[in-house]
Design a protein around this ligand. Sequence first.
Ligand SMILES: C[S@@+](CC[C@H](N)C(=O)[O-])C[C@H]1O[C@@H](n2cnc3c(N)ncnc32)[C@H](O)[C@@H]1O
Length: 288
Amino acid sequence: MLVKELREARRLAGWSQRTLAGRVDLDAQAIKRLEKGVGSVGTLIMVMGALDFRLTGLATRRKRSMSLDEMTEKTKLSRTTIASLERGGGSVKSLLRLMAVLAPRARRRAQERSYWGQGDKDDRDSRFTPPDFMAAIYTAFGEIDLDPCGHVLSPVIARRRILLSEGGDGLTDAWSGRLVFVNPPFSELLKWLQRAHGQWRAGTVETVVCLGPVRTDSRWFHDTLSADADIYLLRGRVRFLDPRGQGQHTPFSLMIVTLGATAEQKKRYAELVPGFWLARSAAGDGIG
Ligand SMILES: C[S@@+](CC[C@H](N)C(=O)[O-])C[C@H]1O[C@@H](n2cnc3c(N)ncnc32)[C@H](O)[C@@H]1O
């Protein structure tokens, strides 16, 4: 079951066995074997990490109040094997036997719930852009004049921040400056993109760089924004910081939307961060 779900997770991510192998520095054969239930627990853990694959329904032997003897009796595994599995070693084959007894209901945890979904909505919308990600933004686009949805705990360096905690509202307060960086509450991405577009069109700001999930399904995105914005699809994911300063995986793909960025800025960014700029189609070229 675990092995089948792992293969499913790889396919859902759109990765071939070779791609996954590349991510964890193994050869494709090791992934092939793993997907047949053969390999080490160490390899399994690495692969699970790369796929953001987490399990729910797990229980420890202690939690089940099972002695080592009972466990050996039920699983037909030796004490040494069980001890090794409990330290994160051993083989996948033995682990599956152990799990059949200890955690028969273990299954993949729903992706978004496993980390992004922890906490309430406000908490989820307050994930801060990490300094290393920002470093590439500063280098490519320059110093940031405005963060219209700032936070006192955020590492983003901007000359001016609009802070909810100080009664500000980036959706209604005036924007100003040359460069604006926006990492909005993701639950309201569209609203913030519309605000950014409105301010940019009005000439209030020169350049906007917005970071958000790849959500391109709205009519407005296609009819209006796509005519003015440049979109950079990021390879890999960003570990945003939660309010406690801990890095959190992002269970979805991210994009950068820029308005008014120069060719030079975009080129520099692409040299620094893996991903690519979407080519703009000329109006009336019949695409779509
Ligand atoms: C995803 S966090 C990003 C924070 C920061 N811009 C960064 O990149 O690290 C989004 C922030 O927007 C703030 N926010 C939400 N609604 C806002 C509003 N109407 N005006 C200003 N800030 C807002 C939240 O407090 C939250 O801290």
